[in-house]
Every structure is written in structure tokens, then in C-alpha cells.
Design a protein around this ligand. Structure first.
Ligand code: NDP
Ligand code: GUA
Length: 521
């Protein structure tokens, strides 16, 4: 690869990340042998953003620093772009749209396949970038690369299956035909918790459909986005089809406003907090853009009396502590039947004691740092609010002795629906446990929120399983399962958790318009 230093890693066979269970190319990533090389790098080679097929600085040469959340060290600086550069990228994407839309589905499919292959060939390098800028353990990062690349593979297949339709006409003198066309330029804004996969989950279907893209990654994790640009270029993507605008948090609103309000942008796709999603929705309304929103959640995780307790605890740890609790589908509220409450809490504490907090580049680490100190402060606020209102911290509850953005895996018991940790997503390694007695009571509590992304429950009563699966007000349900995300399944929420679906056969529809043709015969 042109911009990466090639690190030598021994890889053997295939494996899965311990928390996500997503595939990892190497069963033994020899982390200790990497450490020296990674830390020895003084700067990243990326110091520019990627716009219209060129690596460019910001107009005023302003930059912002990116830090490793595990060490606090600056890992590099990138252009702090704003209105002008976003305008430039949109113009380029609009121009490129008129040739990209005319490529054949097979050509777009072939590009996506080449992009997928390059990502998998560079899985380890991409994983290290993720760990350095996001902090998640290297095995989880490698799992994310496989997951992210999987969207390119999947949509390389789906690109060729965008079928139209003929519809029986009510009139003998008319024929009805439906075709599907790309919506146009798509503006995208992505978060820091999956610096790679949240990009490919949007960009791959957009490109498959024939759309072009201008994307703004999060301030904390822009390098993975630029690495994807480099690989897209190597895979033969023409200039302007996929541009990445880098910006600091200060300029994010400026970039977002151009994307949302620009008349040449037809579509906005966002993953992040509900509060920012609402701002973008308002801005996008001015030009009536198509929108896809993957917003926050507040996932219930219910353990009924008939549940297999071992499985429930295993699922709870996987769902809650994946990415140190920083995913929108992480279990946020654990509802446990009062007859098994104490047993569950005890087993959860035992399981949590086995988690290992530390720098994600070190061997055996399962919990990296939180993304930044603001995230740590949010977690602390939730815990202190709960304790003030009568909850008990039974393990963890404080910043980790490693300092910085590290936080102890935590269990809080005797939580009630009034507490902040039950009303909002904590987005950190805190399991808040609530006691319940009846199915009706727990359903009411679980559905009490304005969001509805993921929900989980453990039960061995088949009638109850069907009842709860239907009645949970969420877009995705894990039944006796704590990890639900995969390329093949539709990811999306209801209520204030969002609009639309990503991945699966539905994901490409977000980037297609349906056009009706009426033929007089
Ligand atoms: N659904 C999910 O996956 C996620 C949910 N969250 C939730 O949000 C909370 C806060 O996290 P945070 O990182 O601040 O999430 P944000 O929603 O603020 O950030 C997500 C993305 O939106 C960008 N952004 C922020 N403000 C604007 C704006 N006004 N216009 C355009 N783009 C904008 C960010 O850029 P920049 O980084 O430069 O600010 C980032 O790229 C978390 O604790 C969690 O509850 C957070 C991330 C992902
Ligand atoms: O937190 C998110 O926004 C993405 C969820 C990751 C996944 O499970 O796909």
C-alpha cells in the first residue's frame, strides 16, 4: 500500500473477535510484535483530505489534531475543512454523478469487489488504524474491518439485482413499467464508534446504486475514512465519486449545513446522536432531501424466569461491553425477573471480573478506553445520578487506574426508571440492572422510551417469545442472542432511533428512486 507502512504480522487461520464474534482474519494477531512498530511511527502519512480524487489541504491551511484515546498522544493532524471545501466536493460529486450513474451495474459491482478484496488484504493495517484512533481492542478492530468490508462484498452482489417491474394496467391502451434510478449525490456524516464499518455500510450501497458521495467522518476518527479512500482509488474509483471532508468538531456544523442544504445534494445519511440527527433533519427539510438516520437507542435486555442464565449472562456481556459499551445497539437497561435477579447479578459480576481493560494494542485486552473525556464524564454523571437516587454500584463505578479515558466495567443494581441511566443511553461500560415481576410490567418499562433501536430478551417459553418479539417497540430484536448485527440483516430503528435500513437487501433502496413510466400503446 502506498500510504501505510507495511507491518509484518503472522496470521493463522480464521477466528472471531471474543466480544463481537465477528470474523477476524488472524486467530493469533501477535500484538506484542506490532507494538514497537506502531508506536515508533512519529506521524501518519495522511495529512490531507481526499476531494475529487486529490489529496488536499484546507483553503486556509488550518488543521486539527487527532489523539489516541488510550495514550492521549497526538497521532497526527488533518485539514480542518469547512464551507468552501464542502462546496468543492459537492460540485465534484455532482459532475461525477453523470458518468458514474451511466456505468453498468457489473462495472460498479466489480469496483466494489476489488475494494472489498483490498480491505481484506489490508485487514491488519486497517485494524491498527481503528485501534489507534478509536481505542477498541485490535481483535475487535479486525472484526470491524471484516464486517465493514463485508458491506462492499454484499453490495457488489446486490448492485446487479436492482430490478424494475411491470404492473398489470387498468387500461388496454396503457402499459405500466417501474424503473429504479440512483437518487444523486449523497451527503454522509459518520460517528467514531465504528470508524470503518459505518462508512462502508453507507458508501457501498450508494455506489452500488450509482450515487456519488461526500462524507464527513467524526473528528476523533478520520484516518480510517482516508484509508478507505486510498483503497478505493487503488480499486479504480474515478475522481469525485467518493470524497472525504475532514473537519474538527468546531467546523462539523458548517460542513453538515452545506451537505444538508445544498440543492445539488439529493440524500443525507447520518449515524450518530438523536440530537444531531434532528438538527440535520430540519436542515434537510429545506430542500426536501431523502434521509436515512441511524440514531441513538436505549436497548432493553430482559431476562425472564425461564431463561438459560449462563446464556443470558454471556449475551449480556457481549451486548453491553462490546466497544466498551459505545454502540447504539448496546444493552442499556437490564430488566431481570425478581426470582433470578440476585443470581443473575452475581454471575454478571463474575463474568465482568474476567474483562481486561487496557490499550487495545496489547495482548488479551477486551476493553479499550472510551473515546474521550466527555464520554467518561457522561458515564460518571449517569452513575452519580443513579447512586443519589438509591442505586448501588456492585462492581466498578470509577475511572480506571490506567487514567485518561479508561473506565472500569461497572454494574449498578436497584436502578429505577427515573434514573438518567434508564432514561438515556449511557454509551459506556455500565450495566444498569432493574428488577421486575410481571411480563406486562416489563413490557411497559421496556417500551417507555422515545427511542426504539435494538431490544434483547432471554426466555425459553415459546409463547412468551412470540408475544415479546411482537410487542417490543424496536427495529431489531435479539432473542436468546446478544449480538445481532450482520451484513445480511436490516439494521434500523423505529421511534426516535431513526429512519430507514442499512445492510441487507433493503439497504440499497435508500439510494434508489422509484420511477413510474406510463406507455400509451
Ligand atoms: N447511533 C450511534 O451510533 C451513535 C450515537 N452516539 C450518541 O451520541 C452521544 C454523543 O456522541 P457524539 O460523538 O457527540 O455524537 P454526534 O452525534 O455529535 O456525532 C456524530 C457525527 O455527527 C457529527 N456532528 C456533530 N454535530 C454536528 C452538526 N451540528 N452538524 C453536522 N454534523 C455534526 C460529528 O462530527 P464531530 O465528530 O466532528 O463532532 C460526527 O461525525 C453518545 O454518547 C451517544 O449517546 C454517538 C455516536 C454514535
Ligand atoms: O453504534 C452504531 O451506530 C453502529 C452499531 C454497530 C453495529 O452493530 O452495526
Amino acid at each position: 500500500m502506498r500510504l501505510f507502512t507495511r507491518w509484518l504480522v503472522r496470521v493463522h487461520g480464521s477466528a472471531r473477535s471474543p466480544l463481537t464474534h465477528l470474523p477476524v482474519k488472524s486467530s493469533v494477531i501477535n500484538v506484542s510484535s506490532l507494538q514497537h512498530d506502531v508506536r515508533a511511527m512519529s506521524t501518519f502519512k495522511y495529512d490531507k483530505a481526499y476531494v475529487n480524487g486529490k489529496w488536499i489541504a484546507s483553503k486556509n491551511n488550518a488543521t486539527f489534531e487527532v489523539r489516541n484515546p488510550a495514550t492521549g498522544e497526538v497521532i497526527g493532524s488533518l485539514p480542518d475543512m469547512g464551507h468552501e471545501e464542502t462546496e468543492q466536493a459537492v460540485q465534484a460529486a455532482y459532475k461525477a454523478f453523470y458518468s458514474w450513474r451511466n456505468t453498468t451495474a457489473k462495472e460498479r459491482s466489480n469496483f466494489l469487489r476489488r475494494w472489498f478484496n483490498l480491505q481484506m488484504e489490508n485487514q491488519t493495517e486497517l485494524a491498527k488504524l481503528i485501534t489507534l484512533e478509536n481505542g477498541k481492542p485490535l481483535a475487535d478492530a479486525a472484526g470491524e474491518v471484516a464486517y465493514g468490508a463485508g458491506f462492499c462484498e454484499w453490495f457488489s452482489e446486490e448492485a446487479r439485482r436492482v430490478y424494475g417491474e411491470t404492473i398489470p394496467s387498468p387500461s388496454p391502451s396503457k402499459k405500466i413499467v417501474v424503473i429504479k434510478q440512483p437518487v444523486g449525490v449523497a451527503g454522509m456524516i459518520t460517528p467514531w464508534n465504528f470508524p470503518n464499518a459505518m462508512i462502508t455500510r453507507k458508501v457501498a450501497p450508494a455506489l452500488a446504486a450509482g450515487c456519488t458521495v461526500v462524507l464527513k467522518p467524526a473528528e476523533d476518527t478520520p484516518y480510517s475514512a482516508l484509508a478507505l479512500c486510498e483503497l478505493a482509488e487503488q480499486a479504480g474509483l474515478p475522481p469525485g465519486v467518493f470524497s472525504v471532508i475532514t473537519s474538527s468538531r468546531t467546523n462539523a456544523a458548517q460542513v453538515g449545513k452545506v451537505l444538508c442544504e445544498h440543492p445539488l445534494v439529493s440524500k443525507i445519511s447520518f449515524t450518530g446522536s438523536t440530537i444531531v440527527g434532528k438538527v440535520l433533519l430540519k436542515q434537510a427539510a429545506k430542500t426536501v432531501k431523502r434521509v436515512s438516520m441511524e440514531l441513538g437507542g436505549n436497548a432493553p435486555f430482559i431476562v425472564f424466569e425461564s431463561a438459560d442464565l449462563n446464556k443470558a449472562v454471556q449475551g449480556a456481556v457481549a451486548s453491553k461491553f462490546r466497544c466498551s459499551g459505545q454502540t447504539c445497539v448496546c444493552a442499556n437497561r437490564f430488566f431481570v425477573h425478581s426470582t433470578i435477579y440476585d443470581k443473575f447479578v452475581e454471575a454478571l459480576i463474575d463474568a465482568i471480573k474476567k474483562l481486561k481493560v487496557g490499550d487495545g494494542l496489547e495482548e488479551g485486552i477486551t476493553q479499550g478506553p472510551l473515546i474521550n473525556i466527555r464520554a467518561v464524564e457522561k458515564v460518571e454523571t449517569h452513575i452519580s445520578d443513579a447512586v443519589c437516587k438509591g442505586a448501588h454500584v456492585v462492581i466498578g463505578g470509577r475511572r480506571h487506574e490506567l487514567g485518561g479515558a479508561f473506565f472500569q466495567p461497572t454494574v449498578v443494581t436497584d436502578v429505577t426508571k427515573e434514573m438518567l441511566c434508564a432514561r438515556q443511553e449511557t454509551f459506556g461500560p455500565v450495566a444498569s440492572v432493574i428488577r421486575f415481576k410481571t411480563e406486562e410490567e416489563v413490557l411497559a418499562l421496556a417500551n417507555m422510551t422515545s427511542t426504539g433501536l435494538a431490544g434483547y430478551f432471554y426466555s425459553n417459553d415459546i409463547s412468551q417469545i412470540w408475544r415479546i418479539a411482537e410487542k417490543l417497540e424496536v427495529g431489531m430484536v435479539g432473542i436468546n442472542e446478544g449480538i445481532i448485527s450482520c451484513v445480511e440483516a436490516p439494521f434500523g430503528g423505529i421511534k426516535e432511533s431513526g429512519i430507514g435500513h442499512e445492510g441487507s437487501k433493503y439497504g440499497i433502496d435508500e439510494y434508489l428512486e422509484v420511477k413510474y413510466l406510463c406507455f400509451g400503446v
